[in-house]
Design a protein around this ligand. Structure first.
Ligand SMILES: Nc1ncnc2c1ncn2[C@@H]1O[C@H](COP(=O)(O)OP(=O)(O)OP(=O)(O)O)[C@@H](O)[C@H]1O
Length: 234
């Protein structure tokens, strides 16, 4: 079966023009990801883990290599796809789960969480019911559901973010330290949700501050090295 994602000799180098320097985050990385598979990205600080996830989401353009994603409409190279196609994939197929909520002023938590379903055409009340379900699942108190997350604590904001990111099933989930400041109850709820999604065939690739949280999900590990480690190994 064709892999969902084929990463082929992928490189990302940051060019810091003001310093006249180039900083390679990773070079010629190759791996595949199949449906229902969970890949753990590991490596020390600065090894390029977040940069790789952002490159897969096309927040960063790679400086070399190919990123073939087997979309519902057929294979597409995420490295060269048009922005309009990337925007469609982000709405429909590829999710990015981080610890940071982009809270908007005067938009209630339940509206923020319901938005991905609303954009997919779900009627407002049905979407809000689902939003409340996921807010409750991740442990956001009911009296906060209609409040504005701009004033929430870091952990509360992260829970709203998770509810929003996971309310709709995706085919591919990119996870950047989604458990970072969660309490034990929310961590357990997240692992349960990720387990359900994996069982439904969702592929995931992620970085976890405490990989033990997701030990039961990990199929393979991709260790990334810093430039210094790579130089020593050569
Ligand atoms: N936008 C950017 N411009 C320039 N350099 C960057 C940029 N983003 C990341 N880097 C550099 O790329 C390297 C990899 O950073 P990245 O954040 O991907 O590492 P990481 O493995 O996720 O680290 P951590 O475990 O600390 O989160 C670092 O040396 C960082 O300074």
């Amino acid at each position: 079966m064709t892999p969902l994602l084929t990463v082929d000799a992928l490189s990302k180098t940051f060019r810091m023009h003001h310093l006249g320097q180039a900083l390679p985050a990773f070079e010629r990385l190759s791996f595949t990801l199949s449906r229902g598979e969970f890949l753990l990205l590991s490596g020390p600080n600065g090894a390029g883990k977040s940069t790789l996830l952002r490159t897969l989401y096309r927040s960063y353009l790679p400086t070399g290599g190919r990123l073939i994603y087997d979309s519902e409409q057929g294979p597409i190279d995420l490295a060269t796809a048009a922005d309009v196609d990337i925007a469609h994939l982000r709405r429909a197929e590829i999710g990015f789960v981080t610890q940071f909520l982009i809270a908007r002023p005067r938009v209630a938590a339940e509206e923020i969480v319901a938005e991905p379903l609303r954009l997919a055409g779900t009627p407002r009340e049905t979407a809000l019911d689902a939003a409340r379900h996921w807010l409750a699942t991740f442990g956001v108190k009911p009296d906060l559901w209609r409040a504005y997350p701009t004033t929430f604590s870091g952990g509360e904001q992260q829970k709203v973010n998770l509810a929003r990111a996971l309310i709709r099933p995706r085919r591919l989930l990119l996870l950047d330290e989604p458990t970072a400041s969660l309490d034990a109850g929310a961590r357990a709820a997240l692992v349960q949700r990720l387990t359900e999604l994996k069982d439904q065939g969702v592929a995931m690739i992620g970085v976890f501050h405490h990989p033990g949280d997701v030990a039961s999900l990990i199929d393979r590990e991709i260790p990334l090295k810093t430039k210094e480690m790579a130089d020593v190994a050569e």
